[in-house]
Design a protein around this ligand. Structure first.
Ligand SMILES: Cc1cc2nc3c(=O)[nH]c(=O)nc-3n(C[C@H](O)[C@H](O)[C@H](O)COP(=O)(O)O)c2cc1C
Length: 239
């Protein structure tokens, strides 16, 4: 399990072949075993494969994804600095993001993780996130992969209409899923001692030592280009 957790990467390039129903079943079974407050299970998953509604929804999401990525790519300067150097880490991430949005309609399966709001107060939707991580880990375990995205943000209304989402439910995450065209591998994060404190804020415990061979990234990014105002503008322009 620990190996799976530390090697589940964001997968943005897929082999364009269907995900077999038994694989979807196993992945979604794991997702729906996630924890929730009082075990209320306020998560629902809408799986889009290749039916007419799925194709329509994927086209809507693809449009939203491309518009969001255009803004992010220029706003967060993905093509400046090391991003202008071919094969740099930044350039490779940008290429993968571009590929994901350009081929969105061909992604084998897209899972919309939804939140059923009835009765929940505070921490709204928080129970959906552990289920999403279960989903990604289960996919990894079975030789598949995915990436958690917010591509529904700017096309919520169109999606809701096509998919018949009730007013009591909302989209929380859009998760493209399929067999990786590349591969998973060790995730890179900040060193443990920068992320974990003991007794007081900023105090790295002596045991906060990364395993030998751990690779790091600071993940420092400029101010995100996709503020809620900017998202609302994109949404209006798509309608
Ligand atoms: C809440 C959340 C939102 C994310 N949104 C997007 C997204 O909109 N598009 C995307 O391509 N990746 C998205 N990601 C994936 C992250 O970019 C990715 O996990 C991160 O860069 C680290 O890469 P790694 O998981 O391969 O280590 C999101 C991840 C999380 C947890």
């Amino acid at each position: 399990m620990l190996e799976g957790i530390t090697t589940t990467r964001a997968i943005r390039r897929f082999v364009e072949e269907p995900v077999p129903p038994e694989v979807l079943r196993a992945i979604l079974f794991a997702a729906t075993r996630g924890p929730s407050g009082s075990n209320r299970q306020p998560f629902r998953f809408l799986v889009l494969t290749d039916g007419p509604k799925a194709r329509a929804a994927k086209a809507i999401l693809g449009e939203g994804a491309r518009r969001m990525w255009d803004v992010k790519r220029s706003g967060e300067r993905y093509d400046r600095g090391s991003g202008a150097v071919s094969n740099s880490r930044k350039a490779r991430v940008a290429d993968a993001m571009q590929h994901l949005v350009d081929r969105f309609e061909h992604i084998p399966a897209v899972v919309l993780a939804c939140f059923l709001s009835a009765g929940e107060v505070g921490n709204e939707g928080s129970a959906v996130w552990p289920a999403c991580q279960n989903l990604l880990l289960a996919a990894r375990a079975l030789g598949y992969g995915g990436v958690l995205t917010g591509f529904h943000f700017v096309v919520k209304d169109q999606l809701q209409a096509v998919l018949g989402l009730p007013d009591t439910a909302s989209f929380v995450a859009t998760i493209p899923l399929g067999k990786p065209a590349g591969h998973h591998g060790p995730v890179r994060r900040r060193p443990l001692g920068e992320l974990v404190f003991q007794d007081s804020w900023g105090n790295a415990p002596a045991w906060a030592v990364d395993p030998p061979g751990t690779e790091f990234t600071s993940g420092r990014t400029p101010v995100p280009a996709l503020s809620s105002d900017r998202l609302a503008e994109i949404e209006k322009s798509i309608r």
